[in-house]
Design a protein around this ligand. Structure first.
Ligand code: NAD
Length: 496
């Protein structure tokens, strides 16, 4: 395979109808490496006319693709899986440069994306309809499952590879065509990379189209395009509500995975060794920039002091710095505004009476003027109304809130508009199951931390965290529809 997927490759083109094109305007968007703060490449700022061209190509290519036999669609998905494996090192390097992903983040992204591809490859053969008896003599009812048509995929920057993949791969496997709009912070690993990888497969031209551009310039056109039949959006609740409204006006199905404020409950009889291991990973992996990471540690008062002390020890032991160092665990925050927001939440929380146990500052990187790395931060004496607890924070921040009985823990966990993921550690599994049942979230993990995604298990948020589900049959149903065909085998008796 000879495709250039290096950071030095030419990334300055849109992918429309199987062609790399400059697009209508000369304007470009710089792509900055958050570790070094250097611009390493640029991508096109697509216009609404480019967006229209993407949908025109997608609509034109879809019917022929949908008619391909299941085995052919499956083969294309399997070819993509092979390409992801072939280019694993280049993909991880791109993630490090574009979004500050550590070695662990890069490996995890490739692993989860591969899992989504493996599951998507099974869908073409599992797109089954039904046969239903009829109450009308001589009639036969067939219910066919068919692709919706054109699926719009809008993805965020935090885990761009697998969050784009979990929509693109099953949508295409099911016979749809796709217009993919990645985040401005991850135009390559959430978008253009997909076009280069699919070029290694037998996917027909036009089935995948990638437009890079600012959400504020082309987002509305993408979300409301009349050719779009499904809008699969992963991102913030605020933007998601707007996008769902636009999709709804157009009667496109809004499949929305939005923000979270995930609770990690630790009861008095929990195994603290396991809880601290989970707490450390769940708060600090990819510097806390995960929609399902731990936002709030809710810990029983009898183990609270020991828990805080041990979490501080672990936080201080984590290597923090450039994503290009192989041992780095906590890399840079995606950009200045996100970093400043994180540090602002910490400051406000301390001003409101919490104790800063460790962190709360940037970590300098040699040769970099204004580092985006935030030191792993632990805050104690936190209450649920403080800034670091009540806001969805996308940073390496662990606010620890005490509770005295399990009912109070559940009340604190649920006192948020969000309902994405959560976890509970308890020695008594029946207590853990009871807490899990009462947590108002789409996903809860017992004796683990909240970051879990398995492509064959439904993943969804409740409350302000979304509508619809990803993964396997749940997402297959979002990107397909049923069609009832009846056959009247014998003459039918009508009343007149
Ligand atoms: P964001 O909402 O700012 O952006 C998401 C996408 O929407 C980007 O591609 C952006 O360019 C695009 N966009 C912006 N304005 C638009 C418009 N008017 N029309 C159409 N598209 C528009 O989110 P982000 O900062 O990229 O990602 C972080 C957020 O994503 C967090 O809230 C996080 O919780 C959430 N998230 C959720 C999940 C999940 O599975 N529930 C997974 C990852 C991230």
């Amino acid at each position: 395979m000879t495709t250039d997927l290096s950071v030095d490759a030419d990334w300055n083109a849109l992918y429309l109808d199987g062609e790399w094109t400059a697009g209508e305007s000369d304007e470009t968007i710089p792509v900055e490496d958050p570790s070094t703060r250097e611009r390493f490449t640029e991508v096109p700022a697509a216009t609404e006319a480019d967006v229209d061209a993407a949908y025109e190509a997608a609509a034109a290519a879809q019917a022929e693709w949908a008619e391909r036999p299941p085995a052919q669609r499956q083969a294309v998905v399997q070819q993509l899986l092979e390409a992801v494996h072939e280019y694993e090192a280049e993909i991880a390097d791109l993630l490090a440069h574009e979004v500050g992903g550590s070695r662990i983040m890069g490996e995890t992204s490739v692993k989860i994306a591969s899992d989504h591809l493996s599951e998507a490859a099974t869908l073409p053969r599992r797109m089954k309809g039904e046969h239903a008896e009829s109450n009308i003599p001589g009639k036969e009812n067939l219910v066919q499952r068919e692709p919706k048509g054109v699926v719009t995929v809008i993805s965020p920057w935090n885990f761009p590879l697998n969050l784009s993949m979990r929509a693109v791969a099953p949508a295409i496997a099911a016979g749809n065509s796709v217009v993919l709009k990645p985040s401005t912070n991850s135009p390559i690993t959430g978008g253009l990379l997909f076009a280069k990888l699919f070029e290694e497969t037998d996917l027909p031209d036009g089935v995948l189209n990638v437009v890079t551009g600012r959400g504020s310039d082309i987002g509305d056109r993408v979300a409301s395009h009349p050719e779009s039949d499904v809008v699969s959006f992963t991102g913030s609740t605020e933007v998601g509500q707007h996008v769902a409204g636009l999709a709804g006006e157009n009667l496109a199905v809004p499949a929305m995975e939005l923000g979270g404020n995930n609770a990690f409950v630790v009861t008095e009889d929990a195994d603290l060794d396991r809880a601290i291991d989970g707490a450390t990973f769940g708060s600090f992996v990819h510097q806390g920039q995960v929609c399902i990471s731990i936002n709030r540690h809710i810990v029983h008062e009898s183990v609270y002091d020991e828990y805080v002390e041990r979490l501080v020890d672990r936080a201080e032991s984590l290597p923090a710095g450039s994503a290009h160092e192989s041992d780095t665990v906590v890399g840079p925050i995606i950009d200045e505004s996100q970093r400043d927001e994180m540090l602002g939440y910490v400051e406000e929380t301390v001003d409101a009476g919490a104790t800063l146990e460790t962190g709360g500052e940037t970590v300098s990187i040699e040769g970099v003027d204004d580092s985006l790395v935030v030191a792993p931060t632990v805050l104690s004496d936190v209450t649920n109304d403080m800034a670091a607890a009540c806001n969805e924070h996308f940073g390496p921040i662990a606010p620890v809130i005490p509770f005295s009985d399990v009912d109070e823990a559940v009340e604190i966990a649920n006192a948020t508009e969000y309902g994405l993921s959560g976890a509970v550690h308890a020695g008594d599994l029946s207590v853990a199951k009871d807490v899990a049942d009462r947590m108002e979230t789409g996903n809860v993990h017992i004796n683990d931390q909240p970051i879990n995604d398995e492509a064959h298990v439904p993943f969804s948020g409740t409350k302000a965290s979304g509508m619809g589900s990803y993964n396997s049959d749940a997402f297959l149903h979002e990107v397909t529809e049923t069609k009832w065909i009846s056959i009247q085998h014998e003459p039918r008796e009508y009343p007149f």
